[in-house]
Design a protein around this ligand. Sequence first.
Ligand SMILES: Nc1ccc(Cl)cc1-c1cn[nH]n1
Length: 364
Amino acid sequence: LGSDPEGSWVATELPDYYAPWMNVAANLPHLIEGHQLRREMPLLSTQYLRGHRQLRLARLALGFITMGYVWQGGGRQTILPRALAVPYCTISELLDLPPILVYADCVLANWKKRDPCGNKPFNSAGNLDILFSFPGGDSNKGFFLVSLLVEAAAAAGIKVPSPNEIARGQALRVKCVNPGVFFRSLRIYLSGWKDNFLMPEGLVYEGVWDSPKQFFGGSAAQSSTLQCFDVLLGIQHSAAQGFSAEYLGCMRDYMPAAHRAFIQTLASGPSLRQFVLATGDAGLHAAFNKCVSALADLRSYHIQIATKYITIPAGRCRAEQQQLGGCVHKGTSVLSERGTGGTGFMRFLKAIRDTTRKAQLTEQ
Ligand SMILES: Nc1ccc(Cl)cc1-c1cn[nH]n1
């Protein structure tokens, strides 16, 4: 979606030539559940894609198809057919993004307004829907749209919203994301092929590279908004119990180039932290600490959500494996210690929450 010169919302579409991609992506749950997601796909040229929005939409469709193809039925295909690999890598190179589904695809690009012509604000109740899904029904919509609304709310912390963008939050209930469905389905399809023992070599991108390549799975650490706040508040995440700051730094390569550049600009600019300290102003000092505390609270809430949607279902799944001979998902690991991004995530989340909490300015 984007706004045309008159400022109204215009849904981005691809030329009919790309119908094979869009039709497969739009029917992914049905094709996966019917074991019909096969290698046969015409090798299409990317030359008919025009502009950033069409490239992002094409990359979104190919990203969902790629994850669906690799992780369908809980197994994993270690070779991505050239009909997918060649255009996916071509478009990814043009967008300076890795050839794997990232947060900026499945959250930031994966939405439409039900009423694109109306002037309802971006997040007015019931006016948003997602473009593509994995198996798992409405949990997809809840998961991706709640994340999108968090981004929209956080944007006000970076850019002053226009009156039209200010609206009562969409009443999307997180409870419409079923923890078991998220753990057994959605999380698997967002998994990557780096540091994943199910694909120790990574994925062969047929017709692109001779050797397999490794890329991290989707993760909230790929949210450029959160990393903006860290940089603005001067919060530096050090080596955090085995997951060093390098992982967070590496996730910047999984963000849109413009977002990456913006974070780098903030990081190389004057320090807000030092400015507040230099003023010695108690009000500024308190306001700064309120921001740091709010970010730490958000990270604590994220830990609660991760416990509900990953740690607890993983424990149940392990108990089933011990009592009833195994979870449904054969061939995938019970990655109880891993989140969507394939990290030892709970330790990592707690470490970055604690680092955030400690970043408060001490008493003058
Ligand atoms: N909300 C998200 C949306 C998209 C992706 Cl790819 C990952 C997450 C995520 C992971 N952990 N917490 N959130």
